[in-house]
Design a protein around this ligand. Sequence first.
Ligand SMILES: [Zn+2]
Length: 190
Amino acid sequence: MRTKQKPKEKPITTEPCAVPGCPEPGEFKAPKSRYNTNEYQYLCLEHVREFNQAWDYFDGWSRKEIEDFMDGAAHGHRPTWSLSNRVSGSQPLFTSEKLRDSFYHMLGEKPPKGFHKKAPTLPAKQLEAFAILDLEPGMDFPAIKAQYKKLVKKHHPDVNKGNKESEETFKRITAAYTILTKTYGPHDEK
Ligand SMILES: [Zn+2]
C-alpha cells in the first residue's frame, strides 16, 4: 500500500460523478450520505458544491424532517426548488434536477418515482402573497403561519406607533396571509 504517496496537484480519478446522468468526472470526494460518513463517493465540481450547500442547509435536521421535506417536493407541495437560502439571502439552493439527485445522494437513497415530474405553477396571486411574506412559493401552511406570526409581531401597529410604512406592511402581510389561508389553510377551520 502506497498510502504515503500524495497526488501532485488535482487528484486524477477515472470515476465519473456519482450523480446519475452527470457526465462530468468525479474529481471531488464527498461522504456517501449524511448517515454514512465513513464511505465516500466522487462528485464533479458542480455537484460537490451543491452537495456541500445541501449539507449545510440540512444541518441539524433529523432524517425524518429531511425525508418529509423531500417528500413534499416530490409531490408538488413545493413547486420550486429554488428554496432561498435564508442565511445568505437570495442564493438558490436548488438550481437543477441534477441537484435533486445529488441531494438524494446525500441521503444515500434513490429518488422516489415521480420525483422529476414538473411541479405545477401557482396562480400569480399566490406567488405574490408568498413573496410578500418572504416565503418560497408552495410552502405548507404551518410554515406560512409561522412566518406570518413573525412578521405580524414585527410590523404590528401597536409596536410601530405612527410609522406609516409599518402600517402599510402590516396590511399587506395580512392580506397575503388571507389569500394563502384560503388555499393552504386547514379546511375544517373557519
Ligand atoms: Zn456531477
